[in-house]
Design a protein around this ligand. Structure first.
Ligand code: NI
Length: 149
């Protein structure tokens, strides 16, 4: 264990998920119908997350949108969401908040700035307990767009 030649060795770990989430995930795997098992499907998700992470461009100017769905009744979540956002006023261009139903809110943030700051903001917001769904979609602007103004 731990030797370089064992780097690709498979490791077992257990994960706790809600029963209906697991049922839904199994149904998704079954629909894809390629006899893949649960482990392989989860490996695919982990691989995709790692690839996304590698695409991060901390030193480039990026533009992006962050979408979150959360239950505003969760603890002091709305206060914490607010507090984080007030530390990133240079990066948050605009926000839209939609009250979906009695519990859930949809919030969309338009972002621009240095990658490091934009990704850091997304990590902080999406890491808050009570944020059910969140996704950052980002594009590097490169030199083709001047966002310095
Ligand atoms: Ni709301």
């Amino acid at each position: 264990m731990g030797c370089p030649e064992n780097a690709g060795e498979l490791v077992r770990f257990s994960v706790a998920v809600p029963e209906d989430m697991l049922a839904g995930f199994d149904a998704l795997i079954a629909r894809r119908g390629d006899a893949r098992n649960r482990s392989e499907a989860i490996r695919d998700l982990m691989r995709a997350a790692l690839v996304r992470e590698n695409l991060r461009t901390p030193d480039e100017q990026v533009i992006g949108s962050l979408t979150m769905i959360y239950d505003h009744h969760t603890g002091d979540l709305t206060r914490r969401l607010d507090e984080v956002q007030h530390d990133y006023t240079d990066e948050i261009v605009s926000t839209m908040h939609v009250h979906l139903d009695h519990h859930n809110c949809l919030e969309i943030l338009a972002l621009r700035g240095r990658g490091a700051r934009v990704y850091e903001l997304a990590d902080k917001l999406l890491g808050l307990r009570g944020v059910h769904h969140g996704e950052l979609t980002c594009a590097a602007t490169g030199a083709s767009l001047d966002l310095s103004a």
